[in-house]
Design a protein. Sequence first.
Length: 276
Amino acid sequence: MQGFAGKVAVVTGAGSGIGQALAVELGRRGAKLAISDVDTEGLAVTEAKLKAIGAPVKTDRLNVTEREAFLLYADEVKAHFGKVNQIYNNAGIAFTGDVEVTQFKDIERVMDVDFWGVVNGTKAFLPHLIESGDGHIINVSSLFGIFAVPGQSAYNAAKFAVRGFTESLRQEMIAKKRPVAVTAVHPGGIKTAIARNMTAAEGLDAGEIAQMFDKKLANTTPERAAKIILEAVRKKKARVLVGPDAKVLDVIVRVTGSGYQRLFSSAMAKALPNAH
Ligand SMILES: NC(=O)c1ccc[n+]([C@@H]2O[C@H](COP(=O)([O-])OP(=O)(O)OC[C@H]3O[C@@H](n4cnc5c(N)ncnc54)[C@H](O)[C@@H]3O)[C@@H](O)[C@H]2O)c1
């Protein structure tokens, strides 16, 4: 169990929410940060917070879906700091819509950012993390990588995929005795901009869904989430459930098996606005 002082940590999607809180908390604990996002305004805010703390920071605009750019970026971060210890594959987007009315392009976009973004980050940085002798990959899935709900098929698919990819990778690192820990993160509702940035299938009011998320579903602050995640990273945990909702629903899924789908389908379909 080691601390974060002197470690080089990469955080994607660091311009807002969980990513910003993770970067700031890592900076407070003495880490050196490589932060990136497509939102350069948000990223500038994170950079200013890190500079105020006195944390060394490298700031770049990076779209996690752009594989070639991600590969180049990994080499740049290594060259800049001389090593890389941790990557937080955190960037993500949300989308709501039933399968019947969702277009292929919407599912592809969610998979591109939420799944392929994680794969790109993992593969781009893995050689550097192994080389560091003390590496850690932290992939942000979701409670929705454990528990599926109506209207979230694209997001559920991407987040279940992140979980499978991450759990397999962890076992590979253990079996091959690579010096890289692997942690899957499953947050419940966290008070961030995710729902406000969300898109939705035609006929759905994304604003209405965002309001409901902000009022009813998001109960944990990003700062609290960051502290919970970093505690799990420090302990090299395989999985971290963030927030009471994630913990309760994880138990329900484990106790009921596939039965949770019958228990929740009507209630969830009623709770979430529908495009019919
Ligand atoms: N907020 C929640 O309730 C919640 C719950 C479970 C999982 N998550 C996951 O946590 C992660 C962080 O989300 P958040 O809640 O902080 O949301 P957020 O919207 O506040 O932050 C996400 C950040 O990712 C960036 N981003 C989006 N697409 C990108 C791309 N292609 N390349 C680079 N950056 C990109 C956005 O600009 C934004 O700054 C996401 O993976 C999300 O799916 C969030």
